[in-house]
Design a protein around this ligand. Structure first.
Ligand SMILES: Cc1ncc(COP(=O)(O)O)c(C=O)c1O
Length: 394
């Protein structure tokens, strides 16, 4: 009798991440990659990381190599309380859960919240890997449009008139892929809607610290707290973009009602985040080098972003329009006319440039004229060359 083996239906449907597939091409010799959301390794604070490693090995070996608490290294959580406070988020060590990057934070939160059929709302466009996490649940995904001021909260309000929503996921500051920031008015309205309609806001903030100006919007977490709402918003952030992604250290600020159960989901997943990485991040923060390091990254990405924007204006303006990013790592662009950027990738690859076609960032109503460029890793010369090659591929 022949055996037939079957994966679970929801697993059978999974598609490989388009970005990970593309990254294979980006490694080909001579190809300039504007595709991956990868921080520039040249900016890693190698000296600071070496110092932190030395300090861990000298002072903290037992904890660094031992099992730890599911909630995370207490010293690191204490430092995170201060880091959150600098971002306007008042919290305490009990509310913090250290995760294996914010990707795990999203997985834990979505798994903790999603019942079959629950409606999760995302932005259009949204972060691709959150769509992947959602596809592993039996939740239903709806999207709400966005413009240069972020998610169009009025559209969400319209949806609420007919639909019970469990959670809204968004990257409100220097979004991936859109690069946009949700305006103050929309932040306030979103938070009010959450309180009125009992939905959870998952605020994903990997890029908020990488601002090109001194202007800051308050986080949704702070916006809600100032309205006396301590239950609606769950905040997650990461050291991936401001320190080093290979450490895989992120964190969640959890409302009281969620914290215990989300910690149990984490426990069932991997017991706790990597002890050595947590010790390293704690030791790094103790050196006081994070602030100057963030300043360095902000300045470097700002210069690259301005350079790419200028080259695009000079060379591609009649074809492509874009919002000028004020922070983060991404420039989101749209063809001025009907165009398929997924098809175009074959041509640009022949010329030696990769980007991410926009359609992968949509859960529905994909706009094939869109595409995402990351300016973080290429040099200014490479950005210039990339734009020339894009032009030649048209
Ligand atoms: C919006 C967003 N959320 C989450 C992540 C995951 O980051 P990490 O798991 O490295 O902290 C990324 C990484 O690119 C991202 O862009």
């Amino acid at each position: 009798m022949s055996k037939s083996y079957h994966l679970a239906d929801r697993i059978q449907q999974l598609q490989p991440s388009a970005i990970r597939e593309l990254l294979k091409h980006s490694k080909m010799p001579g190809v300039i990659s504007l595709a991956g959301g990868i921080p520039s390794a040249e900016l890693f604070d190698k000296e600071g990381l070496a110092q932190a490693t030395h300090n861990v090995l000298a002072q903290d070996v037992n904890d660094a190599f031992q099992y730890g608490l599911t909630e995370g290294n207490i010293g690191l959580r204490e430092q995170l309380v201060d880091l959150c406070q600098q971002r306007g988020i008042t919290t305490n060590t009990d509310q913090l859960l250290i995760t294996s990057g914010s990707q795990q934070a999203l997985d834990l939160l979505i798994r903790a919240l999603a019942n079959p059929g629950d409606v999760f709302v995302v932005e259009r466009p949204t972060y691709l890997a959150t769509l992947q996490v959602l596809s592993l649940t039996e939740a239903s995904v709806k999207s709400v449009g966005s413009d240069e001021h972020g998610m169009i909260v009025d559209e969400l309000e319209d949806l609420l008139a007919t639909t019970k929503i469990k959670a809204v996921y968004l990257v409100p500051t220097f979004g991936n892929p859109s690069g946009t920031t949700l305006s103050k008015e929309r932040r306030e309205k979103l938070v009010k809607l959450a309180a009125k309609h009992d939905f959870v806001i998952i605020e994903d903030d990997p890029y908020g610290a990488i601002s090109f100006t001194e202007e800051r919007e308050k986080t949704l977490f702070q916006t809600a707290a100032e309205m006396g709402d301590h239950d609606s918003v769950v905040y997650t952030s990461t050291f991936s973009k401001i320190l080093a992604p290979g450490l895989r250290i992120g964190w969640i600020v959890l409302p009281e009602w969620m914290k215990q159960k989300v910690a149990i989901v984490k426990q069932a997943t991997d017991l706790h985040a990597n002890s050595l990485s947590q010790s390293l991040v704690a030791a790094y923060l103790a050196t006081g080098r994070l602030e100057p390091q963030i300043a360095l990254i902000r300045d470097a990405y700002k210069q690259k972003c301005l350079a790419l924007s200028r080259f695009m204006k000079e060379e591609l303006d009649e074809h492509i329009t874009f919002n000028q990013p004020q922070g983060g790592m991404f420039l989101w662009a749209t063809f001025r006319y009907d165009f398929d950027t997924t098809q175009w990738l074959k041509q640009t690859l022949e010329k030696g440039v990769v980007y991410v076609p926009g359609e992968f960032f949509f859960s529905d109503h994909a706009d094939k004229r869109t595409l995402r460029f990351s300016y973080a890793t290429a040099t200014e010369e490479q950005l210039h060359e990339a734009v020339q090659r894009l032009k030649a591929a048209l």
